[in-house]
Design a protein around this ligand. Structure first.
Ligand SMILES: CCCCCC/C=C\CCCCCCCCCC(=O)SCCNC(=O)CCNC(=O)[C@H](O)C(C)(C)COP(=O)(O)OP(=O)(O)OC[C@H]1O[C@@H](n2cnc3c(N)ncnc32)[C@H](O)[C@@H]1OP(=O)(O)O
Ligand code: UBL
Length: 256
């Protein structure tokens, strides 16, 4: 097999695996909990945690104790690829739902299992819709003590740096007055690169950083909170990925 065909095959297997595992998990979730609830995430997690063995991925996680807080929180992490779902389930704390784009709902059994797991779907093309949904989430997380996982880059990005952060996650944290917990995954580029048709086994470092408190912060502090979080996560990303620290710019976004 050529490297390109091998790459396509591995991705194809991943898609089939996700579809098949979802089709298996749907009846399990329905029998166990009867419908849409975050408690289904435990079932999904226990299944997905085995995917890493198929691809020879190893995870080395530190800072997991930072998830041990009583109150809800907003977890923000970097987003490199569809493989992030494996890294997500590797460390996902209990009672935690993710924010996802609504297009994911239409992936057959995969959409259904996300729905059953309590994933909150937003329409990224409509800021007002996204804001309304996020405001409801702020209330729900307090009422039901759930954590919310957001990818603040808003899209996948595997180019070896972080995209500038969108502000939704930070509005959410300030509205609910709950801490932000940053989570950083090291770069996949040494073992996974679609442009180079590279997909081998590899090790991923994950660090759960200390909670950043938002008590007393107001809407006008969102930009500052976003930027602080971005800088900390970018530094951590370069450190975990073994790259020279390029994060000496003061603001968000790639340096000119
Ligand atoms: C069993 C086997 C199973 C196998 C398969 C299993 C599968 C799954 C299991 C479950 C796993 C689920 C995994 C799901 C992963 C999903 C990943 C994704 O889909 S990532 C993409 C979607 N997520 C996001 O986009 C989140 C990040 N985006 C944001 O936070 C954005 O801010 C937004 C979407 C809320 C809005 O974006 P946009 O319209 O582009 O607007 P902005 O530029 O961000 O903001 C415009 C101005 O509005 C202000 N703003 C933003 N939000 C708010 C708010 N909530 N309240 C008030 N104001 C807000 C913002 O500040 C901007 O104003 P400015 O003046 O510029 O500051
Ligand atoms: C009957 C319909 C069949 C549809 C077949 C689709 C098969 C797809 C199967 C498995 C794919 C695995 C999905 C795992 C979930 C990962 C979520 C994810 O990473 O979404 C990407 C999104 O965050 C960002 O989107 P963009 O980078 O902006 O784009």
């Amino acid at each position: 097999l050529s490297p390109a065909a091998r790459f396509q095959l591995k991705i194809g297997v991943y898609c089939v695996l996700c579809l098949a595992a979802s089709a298996l998990a749907v009846p399990l979730c329905l029998l166990r909990h009867g419908g849409r609830t975050v408690r289904n995430m435990r079932i999904i997690k226990n299944i997905v945690k085995n995917f890493k063995y198929i691809y020879g991925l190893r995870f080395e996680a530190t800072g997991l104790e930072n998830f041990q807080i009583e109150e809800p929180c907003v977890i923000v992490s970097n987003h490199q690829s569809i493989l992030d779902m494996i890294g997500l389930m590797e460390i996902l704390p209990d009672n935690c739902v993710q924010i996802g784009k609504k297009e994911l709902l239409y992936m057959g059994p995969v959409g259904l299992i996300m729905y059953l797991g309590g994933v909150v779907f937003i329409n990224r093309k409509s800021t007002s819709n996204a804001k309304t949904v996020m405001a409801q989430v702020a209330q729900t997380m307090l009422d039901e003590n759930v954590k919310v996982w957001v990818y603040p880059e808003g899209t996948r990005n595997g180019n070896g740096d972080l995209l500038p952060f969108k502000k939704g996650a930070f509005h959410l944290a300030i509205q609910a007055q709950v801490p932000v917990i940053p989570v950083v995954y090291s770069s996949f580029s040494s073992f996974y690169n679609p442009a180079k048709k590279l997909f081998t086994s590899g090790k991923i470092r994950v660090e759960v950083l200390q909670p950043i408190e938002t008590k007393g912060l107001k809407a006008e502090d969102v930009t500052d909170l976003t930027e602080r979080c971005y800088c900390t996560m970018r530094e951590t990303f370069f450190r975990l990925s073994g790259m020279a620290n390029e994060a000496n710019s003061s603001g968000q976004g790639p340096q000119q």
